[in-house]
Design a protein around this ligand. Structure first.
Ligand code: PLP
Length: 385
């Protein structure tokens, strides 16, 4: 059967394809956005799984909005006036999909910081909408361009990842956060703030959520994928009950509710006295790894790469001064290294400069050093290719 028209404008994920291609091969991967499985809180999760026997009700159908105990716990933690301001989702990816299906009509226009998180790009492409791109700077989106686009009118929402952006690793400055909040309020445009890396900060002080600085409409997406495990597929959307109610209807139609046993296990994990120690352990290891990779890249490659060392998250965004990213990614693969060429993060595959995204959370420090050596070897092959 012929697939739907919208499939023609939706690209498969380069990263999923590369992960498939590398499976079972002796490849060091800096390509995925994976947390390190060695650092999963498996002991705490084993205890949480054991405790499921005490709450057999979680094996029944449940409420679309989420397991009441988990919803109440998060609402209290986040100082929300009501649990109606939360919707538990099957990962924050589903939160984005629900927002897209509840709020966007084909032909609508949204704005997004470019480069764009690949999973969001796929959702927006499926929605058959027009994506206005706001170039990222090293302190957040270009404010003048954002204002120029907002002034044209007809923008449904601005999608942004202010804390340790995927793929650039940038953390927006306070000035940028204040400016974006003011602009969106002034032009009455909703903010979709996607914050899965917010709790993975290794240096510097925490900054306010952009949505917390706004008076107007906003939705916040949060995830347990990076701080617990991604395989559990639990995240949530936070916002006013009014903005969430169409999402609840789409979720009813989509999957009724997210897995209750997984929600119960996340609740046990959040309540475990050892959980704060798990979080600081994660920050310690990832904070070390970003330094190891940054130093190895500098040592092996010097000025052939230019990058800022991110204060958190999982990615180094490295601009190439003398190479083309797609060709380099192919040479890397032949040399046993997977990286993502920057083009994957633009709808039309045209960033206007060459860059690669390097994940530092998944490999151990010694492997990160080897990965930098393979990258250097692949780059030195360019003239002979
Ligand atoms: C910016 C961003 N948003 C959302 C997601 C999806 O995360 P989840 O596992 O919660 O669906 C990711 C995953 O890498 C991401 O990087």
């Amino acid at each position: 059967m012929q697939s739907a028209r919208r499939m023609a404008t939706t690209r498969p994920s380069y990263i999923r394809d590369i992960l498939k291609a590398t499976q079972g091969r002796q490849i060091l991967s800096l390509a995925g956005g994976l947390p390190d499985a060695q650092l999963f809180p498996t002991g705490l999760l084993a205890r949480a799984a054991h405790e499921l026997a005490e709450t057999p009700g979680v094996y029944q159908y449940g409420l679309t909005s989420g397991l009441p105990g988990l919803v109440d716990h998060i609402a209290t933690q986040n100082n929300l006036a009501s649990p109606d301001q939360l919707l538990i989702t099957t990962g924050s990816q589903q939160g984005l999909d629900l927002i897209s299906r509840a709020y966007l009509n084909p032909g609508d226009r949204i704005l997004a910081e470019a480069p764009v998180y690949l999973g969001a790009l796929q959702i927006f492409q499926l929605a058959e909408i027009d994506i206005g791109l706001i170039p990222a700077t090293d302190t957040g989106p270009d404010i003048a361009q954002l204002e120029a686009e907002l002034a044209k009118g007809g923008v449904k929402f601005f999608y942004a990842v202010p804390d340790f952006h995927n793929p650039t690793g940038v953390c927006w400055s306070l000035a940028t956060r204040l400016a974006v909040a003011e602009l969106l309020d002034r032009y009455k445009v909703m903010l979709i703030e996607d914050a899965p890396y917010r709790q993975l900060r290794y240096r510097g002080d925490e900054l306010p959520l952009v949505s917390a600085l706004m008076k107007g409409e906003h939705l916040l997406l949060q995830s347990f994928s990076k701080i617990a495990t991604p395989g559990m597929r639990i995240g949530y959307v936070q916002g006013s009950a009014e903005l969430l109610s169409p999402l609840v209807v789409v979720k009813q139609a989509s999957d009724l509710h997210s897995s209750l046993p997984m929600q119960q296990m996340i609740l046990s994990l959040l309540k475990a006295p050892e959980f704060p120690q798990h979080l600081s352990n994660l920050r310690h290891h990832y904070g070390l790894r970003v330094q190891v990779l940054a130093e190895a890249l500098q040592h092996e490659l010097g000025s052939a790469l230019s990058f800022d060392v991110p204060q958190g998250g999982m990615f180094i965004w490295a601009r190439l001064t003398e190479d083309e990213a797609p060709a380099l990614a192919q040479r890397c693969l032949r040399n046993g290294l997977a990286v993502v060429p920057g083009q994957a993060f633009w709808p039309e595959g045209a960033p206007g400069y060459e860059a690669i995204r390097l994940n530092f959370s998944c490999l151990a420090p010694a492997q990160l050093k080897r990965a930098a050596q393979r990258l250097a070897a692949s780059m030195s092959e360019s003239s002979t290719d």
